[in-house]
Design a protein around this ligand. Structure first.
Ligand code: ADP
Ligand code: MG
Length: 255
């Protein structure tokens, strides 16, 4: 067997994200209910479900933008349910891309990207710039390095946001509806970047309504409704024969 393949197989077994009976409340509102979910290194998991079902909250718990109320959540070896964690060190390994790209409007693309690697990782400007250019190249917009965000299309800005995340060398990338704010003609270019990231073995948790992407790129689909995981299945199985009535109804509304 090819040595690289063996290595990949070994790596894929390693659990990077593990929710065990996690509950979360906002005040008296029970937003996440008894969540059990594991994501292994190199896995791509797409989270789907109706609006308000808790998808964003689940994702935000993974990088501790939200804390959990009870249960256990271990991410990249860090027990997030324990009080004493070094949140800044923890977050370095986790990239997040949101619906809105949150680029600094008064900074050039390149400066948007090198800021965090210099400040947080202590990279030199030269090193950060070299890395940033590598990732800008990879998302297909190296020629925009010296432009300002307002000079870019929405799809290009989102690709900058992805390059910015990757420049931090994350172990996990989280995406919360990264194409929802884009004009239809720009959705494809962002999904292409995400697809290639998936193929390169990045561990990804993605909330999206793009079912074509989900079917092709996801190892598993997690379907949420009213704060619960209703179904967690390999992508082909989920789309071809969803077990749960609520998942079937959800899909029939989308497709
Ligand atoms: P989704 O991403 O699936 O649309 P969310 O995780 O954003 O769902 O929200 C789930 C539920 O939690 C919604 O009813 C939402 O109104 C509520 N919610 C989200 N964030 C907060 C918050 N900070 N405080 C109170 N309620 C919240
Ligand atoms: Mg959401």
């Amino acid at each position: 067997m090819h040595a690289g393949v063996q290595f990949e197989v070994n790596r894929r077994g390693f659990l990077l994200i593990e929710f065990s009976r996690v509950n979360k409340f906002f005040g008296t509102f029970h937003v996440l209910k008894e969540i059990d979910l594991t994501i292994s290194q190199g896995e791509v998991v797409v989270i789907v479900g109706p609006s308000g079902s808790g998808k964003s909250t689940l994702l935000r718990c993974i990088n501790r933008l939200e804390s959990i109320t009870d249960g256990e959540l271990v991410v990249n070896g860090v027990k997030l349910h324990e009080r004493k964690i070094d949140i800044n060190t923890f977050r370095r390994d986790i990239g997040m891309v949101f619906q809105h790209f949150n680029l600094y409007p008064h900074k050039k693309v390149i400066d948007n990207i090198i800021l965090a690697p210099m400040k947080v990782l202590g990279m030199s400007k030269a090193e950060a710039t070299e890395k940033a250019m590598t990732y800008l190249q990879r998302v297909g917009i190296a020629d925009k390095a010296d432009s300002y965000p307002s000079q870019l299309s929405g799809g290009q800005q989102q690709r900058v946001a992805i390059a910015r995340g990757l420049t931090m060398n994350p172990k996990i990338m989280l995406f919360d509806e990264p194409t929802s704010a884009l004009d239809p003609e720009m959705i494809g270019e962002v999904l292409d970047v995400m697809r290639s990231l998936a193929h390169q073995g990045m561990t990804m948790a993605v909330v999206t309504h793009e079912m074509g992407f989900a079917r092709e790129a996801a190892d598993r689909i997690v379907f949420m409704d009213e704060g619960r995981i209703i179904e967690d299945a390999p992508a082909a199985e989920f789309f071809d024969q969803p077990k749960e009535e609520r998942a079937r109804a959800f899909l029939s509304r989308l497709l």
